[in-house]
Design a protein around this ligand. Structure first.
Ligand SMILES: Cc1cc2nc3c(=O)[nH]c(=O)nc-3n(C[C@H](O)[C@H](O)[C@H](O)COP(=O)(O)OP(=O)(O)OC[C@H]3O[C@@H](n4cnc5c(N)ncnc54)[C@H](O)[C@@H]3O)c2cc1C
Length: 248
């Protein structure tokens, strides 16, 4: 039997811009909401990789939905991770952090049901080749949809270490849990993801072939790279470290 090292592999996808409407809003905490977008154009939507992402275009309150893909692309837009989707029924769900400002956070918190939005992408998909012996997943609320999807996609019984930094209001945000998932929640203001990653040593490395995903504010990335690539010496192809937003 040939053993294949588990790696992330990026494959291109055909990009489409799919107009939709906001069909439901579920408050998971006072600062984290799940929105369902629905529409005929979402039939056939697929995002096979756990950290695949799309660009959402938001129609500002009081404006009509654009008529062409070109005019959609002039609207404010941000990147989000599809969490759940039904390509037959034509809907996709996203979890949004409500951090206070910005077109994405504002639309997620307050756009009336029925508001127009468009989903563009994903342009590429990050697929896992072969099964790892263990997962290391870390980030903040923006990474939680991708982390949830990595946890769901695991071979049953594969251990995962999860470190999540959240706002105090999001301390009880739902995180998938089972006997093989070891979760540490850091509350922002008291604890800090970059410091927690910096405190992990060589002896903390999960055993065997590890796949690692870290997504958070851009200033967390150096601590993540130093841990995964230097102290734990994971191959670069087994690591995704990505800035999902920038602090001012
Ligand atoms: C590949 C990818 C996938 C992503 N998936 C998700 C997802 O599934 N769910 C999700 O909520 N976000 C996700 N994000 C992050 C999201 O795109 C950014 O947080 C984005 O900046 C939000 O846009 P906005 O309009 O709300 O705020 P912006 O207009 O971009 O920023 C306004 C202000 O808010 C600050 N800010 C932006 N984001 C945050 C934050 N998260 N916490 C605190 N302050 C912030 C900025 O520093 C700025 O001061 C993803 C990003 C990427 C790159």
């Amino acid at each position: 039997m040939t053993l294949v090292t588990p790696l992330f592999e990026t494959v291109p996808l055909e990009t489409a811009l799919r107009p939709a409407v906001l069909s439901s809003r579920e408050w998971l905490t006072s600062r984290y909401v799940r929105l369902r977008l629905e529409g005929d154009a979402l039939r056939g939507f697929t995002a096979p990789g756990a950290n695949d992402h799309v660009r959402l275009f938001f129609v500002p309150a009081g404006q009509d939905a654009p008529a062409t893909p070109e005019t959609w692309r002039e609207l404010p837009s941000r990147e989000y991770t599809p969490l759940n989707a039904d390509p037959d029924a034509g809907w996709v769900e996203f979890d949004f952090v409500l951090h206070g400002e910005g077109p994405g956070s504002t639309w997620a918190a307050s756009a009336p049901l029925g508001s127009a939005v468009a989903v563009a992408g994903p342009r590429r998909s990050s697929l896992v080749t072969a099964e790892p012996d263990a997962w290391f997943l870390a980030g903040d609320e923006t990474a939680l949809p991708a982390i949830t999807r990595f946890l769901r996609s695991r071979r049953p019984g594969t251990p995962a270490r999860v470190i999540l930094e959240v706002a105090p209001e999001n301390e009880l945000v739902p995180i998938p849990s089972d006997p093989h998932t070891f979760v540490t929640v850091l509350v922002r203001g008291t604890d800090d993801l970059a410091l927690a990653l910096s405190a992990l040593a060589e002896r903390d490395r999960p055993h065997g072939a590890v796949l690692a995903f870290v997504a958070a504010a851009a200033d967390v990335l150096p601590a993540a790279r130093a841990l995964l690539l230097q102290r734990w010496e994971l191959p670069a192809e087994a690591v995704i470290v990505k800035g999902y937003w920038r602090r001012d």
